[in-house]
Design a protein around this ligand. Structure first.
Ligand code: AN7
Length: 354
């Protein structure tokens, strides 16, 4: 717990909190940087490209924004445990906030497909991990049933407190820009975040807190092998290098489609190669290291600029949802690893090409 009450939830209290509600649990979430990506923008053909880097949250992903609210409310309601299904980041976040609250945390994970850093986070925080021989969708179905039994509070985004907290991402974007962006791009997995951002932009506008008014177009991107919303039907066996968004039947499907349609936006698919290329140029041009799934928004924007659907002067924000350190194996698979040479100056010089 921090010394002060949850700064993020307090800052936006008028838009989120119930009367007299207190938030004793916080890890210092939110307040993430909005980076003007000049070099990446030049590469893509945008003068006003911004990266909302969610990797600086306490557990390294955007999940902390909603988890802080969900766990505070679970505690207030007298919960004895929390439970979630996860492709990794939700479990890392749930494990941390449950630990801070002194609550047991149960996590159901799809076997073999959770990035190493995320697994380490959940294990370190003492979460009780159960791996199922199935994908995220199977795990989430089981968790929904467990929630109905009332033994544990479900902290997946089917819990409305998660989306309510995640609206703060949109609030921060408007506060930092001093206006609404023209478009906001982000990866879509279980489709909670695109729904929460849309809800947040609307709530901010309704509260007269968006200078100049206006709402962004919502641009969502799924991975080609896990693109149920794009295809219009559930995907039985989703596959993608971006394991965070390896989801075949998103819980917030209808909300995401509504966000897309009401905003005049779109939800499209990007290939694993496009995702990994985007991850690489983001860090090589801006120094911002995000995990593969997080790069899907940039991959999508790159295509939209290339085919003239976004114009140079538009203000475009890409949400980088999670830190690159979560998934070191994805980088090593791309960049390779090192073979040692003799510790001699000549050999090292040769290797450096100097
Ligand atoms: C880095 O942790 O679903 O569309 O179980 O970890 O709101 O699901 C993670 C999703 C994007 C997709 N980027 O957001 C989980 C999980 C990262 C993510 C998404 C996730 P949603």
């Amino acid at each position: 717990m921090t010394d002060h009450p949850a700064p993020l939830l307090e800052r936006y209290r008028a838009l989120i909190a119930r009367d007299d509600e207190t938030f004793p649990i916080s890890l210092g979430e939110g307040g993430t940087p909005l980076i003007h990506a000049v070099r990446l923008g030049a590469e893509l053909g945008l003068d006003n490209l911004y990266l909302k880097f969610e990797g600086t949250n306490p557990t390294g992903s955007f999940k902390d924004r909603g988890m802080v609210l969900a766990v505070n409310r679970a505690v207030a309601a007298g919960a004895r445990a929390v439970v979630c299904a996860s492709t990794g980041n939700t479990s890392a976040s749930a494990a941390a906030y449950a630990a801070a609250a002194g609550l047991p945390c149960h996590v159901i994970l799809p076997a073999g497909k959770v990035a190493r850093g995320k697994l380490a986070q959940a294990l370190a925080a003492g979460a009780r991990l159960i791996m199922v021989d199935g994908n995220f969708d199977a795990a989430l179905n089981a968790v929904r049933r467990l929630g109905e039994d009332g033994l544990a509070v479900v902290v997946n985004s089917v819990n409305p407190d998660r989306l309510a907290g995640q609206q703060t991402g949109a609030f921060e974007v408007v506060d930092a820009l001093g206006r609404s962006p023209d478009a906001l791009a982000l990866p879509v997995g279980n489709a909670g975040n695109i729904s929460a951002y849309w809800q947040g932009f609307n709530a901010y506008l309704d509260a007269d807190r968006t200078p100049g008014g206006g709402l962004p177009r919502m641009l969502g991107f799924q991975a080609e092998g896990a693109a149920p919303i794009v295809r219009g039907e559930a995907v039985e066996e989703p596959e993608t290098v971006a394991t965070a968004i390896r989801i075949g039947n998103p819980a917030s499907w209808e909300l995401a489609v509504a966000a897309r349609d009401r905003s005049g936006g779109l939800i499209e698919a990007v290939s694993d190669d496009e995702i990994l290329d985007a991850q690489r140029i983001i860090v090589r041009l801006e120094g911002v290291f995000c995990e593969p799934a997080s790069a899907a928004g940039v991959a999508g924007v790159r295509r939209l600029v290339a085919d003239g659907r976004l114009e140079r002067q538009m203000t475009v924000v890409c949400v980088l949802t999670g830190h690159g350190l979560k998934d070191p194996d994805a980088v090593q698979a791309e960049e390779g690893s090192l073979t040692p040479i003799a510790p001699e100056l000549d050999a090292i010089r040769r290797e450096m090409g100097l």
